[in-house]
Write a protein of this length. Structure first.
Ligand code: KIV
Length: 282
């Protein structure tokens, strides 16, 4: 393992070198991310869609996020581990928000939390930062607002919406977040935000001008089974390759080609013969 990445390390990357963040939800995905040298692992609430096959992210709660965070931390990853606060875990009160984030830190091993939203979240962000829990913001297309947004739509297309987005980014910065995810916004808006805040911005579907980029790891690896969003670049075709590999396994078992000699445990010939003899006498 290399050097552990910390919140101050991420904070110091404003302006470069560009930050990389991928989602991970379990031990193997965290190991891959760590060995690949990514900077930040996000235990995203996208686990709802990606792992649990749900239609949106609204179905996961703190217990589920703790479980996935624990699996990620067992990989002892070098990247900073940020865990998403799921829907309704930071909307009720400052106390409730703190209790939930505390579980992510204490039980899940989160080194920071991420929460969606702008102006209305500032009191919750303040409560967390006052308790020494680092917070990553998330603006633009915020999937937990799917019903309020009327679907997953690019945000900040009109002048007033773009202005509000820049303003909310400044409010999050003033509240003390150490980085801001910008999701599903026009590249020009992401550039404006990036230029106007002093904390790193990490884009997804936000063009090339942010201080870093994040992708859902199953998108990046081509491990999904639905339609991929426009902003995804698939660096692999794991779903196709996985189906092909499992089909070969099925064929090999049926034909007797698996398991072979090398995949079986052998006793020395004389011991095997004696054992066989005794068993057939029984
Ligand atoms: O949950 C998630 O995967 C996210 C990323 C899309 C930023 O929030």
């Amino acid at each position: 393992m290399g050097d552990k990445i910390t919140v101050p390390d991420v904070r110091a990357r404003k302006g470069g070198p560009k930050l990389t963040m991928v989602t991970a939800y379990d031990y193997p995905s965290a190991r891959m991310a760590s060995e690949a040298g990514v900077d930040i692992i996000l235990v995203g609430d996208s686990v709802a869609n990606v792992v649990h096959g749900m239609d949106d992210t609204l179905g996961v709660d703190i217990d589920i996020m703790v479980l996935h965070a624990q699996a990620v931390r067992r990989a002892e990853p070098d990247p900073l581990v940020v865990v998403d606060m799921p829907w309704l875990s930071f909307h009720i009160s400052r106390e409730d928000t703190l209790r939930n984030a505390g579980r992510l830190v204490r039980e899940g091993g989160a080194e920071a939390v991420k929460l969606e939203g702008g102006h209305r979240r500032v009191p919750m962000i303040d409560a967390l930062i006052s308790a020494e829990i680092p917070v990553m913001g998330h603006l633009g297309l915020t999937p937990q607002s799917v019903h309020a947004m009327g679907g997953y739509r690019v945000q900040g297309r009109e002048i007033e919406a773009a202005r509000a987005l820049v303003q909310e980014a400044k409010e999050l910065e003033a509240a003390g977040v150490f980085a801001i995810v910008l999701e599903g916004v026009p590249d020009v808006v992401a550039r404006m935000v990036t230029e106007q805040v002093s904390v790193p911005t990490i884009g997804i579907g936000a063009g090339p001008h942010t201080d870093g980029q994040v992708l859902v790891y199953t998108d990046l690896l081509g491990l999904g089974f639905g339609r991929y969003p426009k902003f995804v670049r698939k660096y692999e075709e794991f779903a196709e390759r996985g189906v092909a590999a499992m089909s070969t396994f099925v064929a090999d078992v049926r034909s007797g080609a698996f398991p072979g000699e090398a995949e079986s445990y052998h006793l020395p010939d004389d011991v095997a013969r004696e054992l066989e003899g005794r068993l057939s006498d029984d």
